[in-house]
Design a protein around this ligand. Sequence first.
Ligand code: T68
Length: 808
Amino acid sequence: MNSSEKKKQKEAFKAAYINKIEEVSGDCLAESSVLKQYQALAELVMDDITTQWAKSNTKYNKHQNKQVYFFSIEFLIGRLLKSYINNLGLEDIVTESLKELGLDFTAIQEQESDPGLGNGGLGRLMACYLDSSAAMDMPAHGNGIRYKYGLFEQRIINGEQVEVADNWLRNGYPFEIRKPDKAVIIKFGGTIHSEKINGNLTFVHENYEPILAVPYDIPVKGYHNETVNSLRLWSAETLEDFDLPKFNQGQFLDAVRHKSEAESISQILYPNDNGFDGKLLRLKQEYFFVCAGLKRIVRRYKQFNNNSMDGFSQKICIHINDTHPAMCGPELMRILMDEEGFGWDDAWKMTVESISFTNHTVLPEALEKWPVSMMKSLLPRIYMIIEEINQRFTQEIYAKYPHDMERNYGLSIINNDQIHMASLAIVASHSINGVAELHSKILREETFKGFYQVFPERFHSVTNGVTPRRFLMNSNPDLKDLLNESIGTQWQGNLFELKRLLNYLNDPIFSDKFNAVKLSNKIRLAEHIKKHNNLIVDPASVFDIQVKRIHAYKRQLLDALHVLYLYNQLKENPHLEIAPRTFIFAGKAAPGYYYAKQIIRLINAIAKMVNSDKTLNEKIRVVFLENFNVSLAEIIYPAANVSEQISTAGKEASGTGNMKFMMNGAITLGTMDGANIEIAEAVGPTNIVTFGLSSDEVSQYEKYGGYRSIDIYEKDPRIQQVMHQLIDGTLGFGLNFQNIYDSLLLHNDTYFVLKDFNAYVDAQNRVDQLYRNERTWTKMSMTNIAHSGMFSSDRSILDYQREIWKII
Ligand code: T68
């Protein structure tokens, strides 16, 4: 675009924007609030997007392309305004115009609430996959729940986590469109009886409680193309707002009770990551979005296919994100048999051909099991179908292995009066995949071993990926510009092109510019820390960062114990030569997870002690940033030097934060777990620092014993010292971390923290040495970025297209 064209566009934009502000606020620009400035900009952007959206939908309907639907109980999308503007290619026009109008674009963006409709990696992965699908012109849509309250906001008060409700819809949400005309009815409870209607056995559902599911659609705009896909989130409502007869009789409370019970289904997101909470309301949520989503998909399919279901499973992919939507199997069977008149065999074939399943965890406590009694009373028809699926499946297995009762029992979907949702998902899908190579191997060889023997062809592996648009281009614009001016812009369409950066490893001018970008990102984070924690940190220090949900297996404790050890060392020898370090933590603990909350308390206690100790000469600083969410993440990743990925080997399915850090040039300090292994392969052993037990070693200890944490403790005075400090008042008057102490010694250290301690200290020393050689560190950092192409979610989506959905 030449400069006069640009000028014209900017003038047109400014005029339209000023109009919009007047329209939404009734104020002129000068009097408008930042909130109204944001709302006006959001509406203007939506005007552009909705036109393209309608075109995309028309195209899909006309050409009947294969459509993918991601069914997920979480979509952690983050703020959308900036991402829409950049994807529309309006970045420069908008930024410059707002500046010329004297407005603060950053402040405007901060008015947008960050929808916390997910706990962590699982929900964020869906958002990355939607972004990549749209960027690659692939018809893929999301189907989930529009929670009125997302994940709680975390405050740190007196060093402890306090939860505050996340009322993200407080000021309305400009990027959704409510579609009451597309609402569907979901039936809960009641009874089923069979009747012969026109000679056919028909199942009739009676005395059920009807709930209305109303969709809200959010556009998913592709990067610099014309594709706009949809994220459909369902909200629960009553059919009539309230019971008028009861109201008229003066029974006010009863009249509104039904309304609030119905609405409770989409009221709140369960705040557990990697855990199973067997509550009735959760089961309702799961069926609610599965049933609503499938009904609309079938309706749309028939509408544009001459009212016929022919070819359905060739054109529709139902992809289930973990087991929360595993009722897609029985629900699709119900629709096909009870509503569309198919017999069992045909319906089953269509169901299995349509559905594929991604698993995200091997932690036994996270695997979903629903009591038969609960399923039977809440979803009587679904339960009948699950029973029948199981009957037929176990018969098949029995015929294959007649003498192996143990195997038959282990594979049964219904076991001990519980329904095993992972088993249901496997039996009802044509594809099951893990999210990193190691994880997929553990699924085949351990978690789902029996199923792998029965269906080896169904098992796949697709390593996770993250979107470079949000996590590199938008969050690290200076790096983006530097890359563009050095290696050209091809990498924006194909992240593997970042390899060209390897040509600059020995270029001192480039290295200086590269380091200047990192420094300015660290300054930005330091300002955030100053503002929120009232603490000054040195941007020249090593920013060593662990941000993720707080969980015992992720071992924030190992990181914290190392800080304590380093503190002890510095106290002993104030002249110890180390590169100054800022240890940064952030992450939420599930509100009911006491141990994780204690870890947060411990980190904050260590921070308080370290940061106030003048004798350390500011060689170390410790920061706990409250309320980790997507927006904060976007400030953190670009500023990192060290990426802490230190889970017990075999426990982290993949990790995706590791990829976001790497893409921004941080060096991974990690165990050989999840996708860390693939990062190590990509960058080579000299560009990563790894340590600790392998997953095989962990699993040997778990199976056969042989690890005694007390033995390690007794031999290592450094460990003795830090352990005592947990309980002797060092960390503050009255502060006692007895339960953490007990978990490590009394309960034999389930996650091998003490076992890996020594290796971790050595690895940390290597990090220190490497950082002190600036040239080496810069090269490592550049090499990490250069090899991050493999961890773009564009690559993951291509893998899914080829291997699982068979689209290309
Ligand atoms: C994460 N899982 C994995 N679960 O832990 C992580 N769980 O290794 C992986 O990279 C990521 O998924 C993407 O594959 C989760 O984030 C949850 O958040 C969750 C939510 C509800 C119930 C169970």
